[in-house]
Design a protein. Sequence first.
Length: 203
Amino acid sequence: MKGAKPPLSELTRVQPHHPWTSGAAAPNYLFWRCAPPELRIPKEVLAALCDVPGTRVAVGSHGSVTPGAALDKLEVDLVILGEFEEVLAELAAAPPGDWRGVEGVAYRIGDRLIEQGEARVTDMDRLPALRWAPFVIRRHEHHHQRHDKVSFNPSAEMEASRGCTHHCSFCAKDSFRNTYRRRPLAVILEELDHLVAQGVDYI
């Protein structure tokens, strides 16, 4: 969950998926690169999920760059270093509480901080086209940086690539999301066609 404290309906949707509970430290992609210093929003999300049993995992730039501080401030069981898609699948397949064979995670044993492996870099060729439920599309009313006209249709955001070839001093990407990679064109077009079919007119 990203961006805001989830309503009760969202919490109800999370509960069937335990023993895994995930709280993200970045509200959107921009803040993966230029993260705000405070963790108010993910703390609120995790507090709202306090009655949901299971392992508590944090993803995002904070945990990737300063895993010890993120573990302590968010009071989670572990943080994922770098990109999380493949790591979450490996954690779900591991025995509960046994993360020794998973690379790209950090956790504590007592006061000792364990950083296991380097920050992970997802293989973009393996990621499928995203599919969003209709109610998610309908809620996405904001047209980011659109000034030409007013539209009453939903908008969407797509990820065409990750990483960057530059090294700006203010950007955290060198620490965990450095390698520049493109998604396959066929996957991008498949995802785009599905969004258009759902009524999206601004991406």
